[in-house]
Design a protein around this ligand. Structure first.
Ligand SMILES: C[S@@+](CC[C@H](N)C(=O)[O-])C[C@H]1O[C@@H](n2cnc3c(N)ncnc32)[C@H](O)[C@@H]1O
Length: 103
């Protein structure tokens, strides 16, 4: 995804170090993240609420990519919606939203 959409993320270095963790993502420390991808199409309100709380702690400029409407009314004071498009995923199609943190 980073390669495909790299032109959108000109301040992010390509060929990043990718690490995989097996565990509860709500317990994981994301505070160093540049890009968060949340394949959140089936997440319930409680999971989304916890994710939003974790997103609040991230620095300005971080990108958040999600496969569903996420914020209430799909807008948030601290996140700009940059793009939205329909994408083909393994189980069908989903609307993808790309946000950037503004403050
Ligand atoms: C839409 S599926 C995406 C599956 C796959 N990761 C992908 O991107 O194609 C969402 C996945 O998130 C997992 N999930 C939900 N809550 C989680 C949590 N707190 N920690 C880790 N995984 C979780 C679910 O089990 C499910 O497999």
């Amino acid at each position: 995804m980073i390669n495909t959409y790299s032109r959108l993320f000109d301040n992010i270095k390509l060929n990043p170090v990718v690490e995989f963790y097996n565990g509860d993502f709500l317990e994981h420390d994301w505070s160093n993240a540049s890009v968060i991808f949340s394949n959140s199409i089936c997440f319930n309100a409680s999971i989304k609420k916890t994710i939003i709380k974790k997103l609040e702690k991230l620095r300005e400029g971080v990108y958040f990519i999600t496969t569903c409407r996420f914020f209430p009314n799909n807008s948030d004071l601290f996140w700009d919606q940059l793009f939205s498009f329909k994408s083909k995923l393994s189980w069908g199609g989903a609307q993808v939203f790309i946000f950037q943190k503004t403050m």
